[in-house]
Design a protein around this ligand. Structure first.
Ligand code: GLC
Length: 405
């Protein structure tokens, strides 16, 4: 049956579809006396709790159940270590399979969560879905862990020890950084094994001469989380360190060595989601890159990589496994860039992006990502954060203009 048309069409197909997928993705129970209640990113493909998926799910949930965002995010806080660390994946109701052990950043098969992080947007999601994060002291503890352990240069920006910490696992921008050990490559388990030995400690890893990365999009979400929590903006530091004036893009920095791989992916445009991004920078990101039909403004925009990049891989045809974040369109990325379009007054383009995605999701269902040319739904089914389509199709424009802050 068509994903959205199992009832008489009345214009509410999209919210109904989203609510059905979110509801069917819930996982509830208890592990060693701790209650959990979260949304699986995709019930069959991703059964555990992923940090940033949960934050996006909490945001989407607020439209259907005002209590759910709190339960979702409190489940993340429930697993937080006393020092404030929260892992990238939390294994609530079943251990990982032996096959996955070599790809997952766990110290042992019995570990409750990974030793790596994911983009720390919890406080921003809390602000959007629950209320003032300053009323929840565990969030300040979490922020303290991030600052103490990952702000390696003292300017507030966080550094990553692995590509998957960014959530953008196999993005081609990581190829020059980790080479054959990048997520897209055969050597990734070697990176996992080596960082496991170093306890995923960013300073130790850097001091051994191994790469650590100041990644743009992670720091955008961290910046939003800090603003949501009443902490000073990071936008100035992000510009000082990562803005490339000549190319008009934000580019990551690698240490040791200071390399700045110049690969154009949507992450290079993601500072558009920051409410205090200087307007002239935002306009350059939009006009020189996002709206260029040869780069990102494909039939179902935005592609996750500029179509001009040699590594751009929009689809590979039946039988081929696509690597993550190398071309297709993802809805959370679209939403972050859409925030910039709305804030800077590109209303027609914001509407165009929303309506193309809306038609795609209605036709294909909530998939993990979509072919940027045909809109074909790809990879996981019933993918929870794709419910963020509602932020664009039924927007609160007033709130969107300030990134809901
Ligand atoms: C893939 C994505 C990552 C996401 C995870 C669970 O690994 O690249 O961003 O968190 O799936 O949905």
């Amino acid at each position: 049956m068509h994903p959205a048309h199992d009832t008489v069409p009345d214009g509410n197909e999209l919210p109904r579809l989203a609510e059905r997928v979110l509801t069917a993705s819930l996982a509830r129970g208890e592990r060693r006396g701790v209650r959990f209640d979260y949304t699986r990113p995709s019930p069959t493909k991703y059964p555990w709790q992923w940090y940033w998926d949960s934050c996006f799910a909490a945001i989407a949930w607020r439209r259907f159940d005002t209590e759910r965002p709190r339960r979702e995010l409190e489940t993340l806080l429930a697993v937080m270590r006393d020092d404030g660390f929260i892992g990238h994946v939390v294994f609530w109701d079943r251990p990982i399979s032996l096959r996955r052990l070599i790809y997952y950043n766990v110290s042992s098969r019995g570990a409750q969560m990974t030793g790596t992080i994911q983009p720390p947007l919890l406080a921003w999601a809390w602000r959007i879905g629950v209320g003032d994060p300053r009323d929840e002291p565990r969030i300040a503890t979490h922020h303290r862990w991030l600052a103490d352990n990952r702000d390696l240069e003292g300017d507030g920006l966080l550094w990553l020890v692995q590509p998957d910490e960014s959530g953008l696992d196999s993005s081609p921008k990581f190829d020059p950084v980790w080479g054959h050990r990048s997520h897209a490559n055969w050597g990734f388990p070697l990176l996992v094994a080596s960082n496991r030995r170093l306890g995923w400690d960013a300073r130790r890893i850097r001091d051994r001469g191994r790469p650590v990365l100041c990644e743009v999009m992670t720091n955008v979400l961290w910046g939003l989380a800090r603003l949501a929590n009443g902490e000073p903006s990071l936008t100035g530091a992000l510009i000082d360190r990562l803005w490339d004036e000549r190319r008009g893009l934000f580019l990551d920095e690698v240490q040791p060595g200071g390399a700045r791989p110049a690969i154009s992916t949507w992450a290079a445009l993601s500072p558009l989601a920051l409410p205090d991004l200087p307007e002239e920078i935002g306009r350059r990101l939009i006009e020189e890159h996002l709206l260029d039909p040869a780069r990102y403004w494909l039939p179902v925009p935005p592609s996750s990589v500029s179509a001009q990049e040699p590594s751009f891989e929009p689809n590979r045809g039946p039988g081929w496994k696509l690597r993550y974040w190398r071309g297709p369109t993802w809805v959370n990325a679209a939403w972050m860039l859409w925030l910039g379009l709305v804030r800077l007054g590109y209303h027609e383009q914001a509407r165009t992006m929303a309506s193309k995605l809306e038609a795609t999701v209605l036709r294909e269902g909530l998939r993990e990502y979509y072919d940027p040319y045909t809109g074909e739904g790809l990879a996981a089914f019933d993918f929870a954060w794709t419910a963020l389509i509602l932020e664009m199709s039924d927007p609160d424009l007033e709130a969107a203009r300030t990134s809901y802050l």
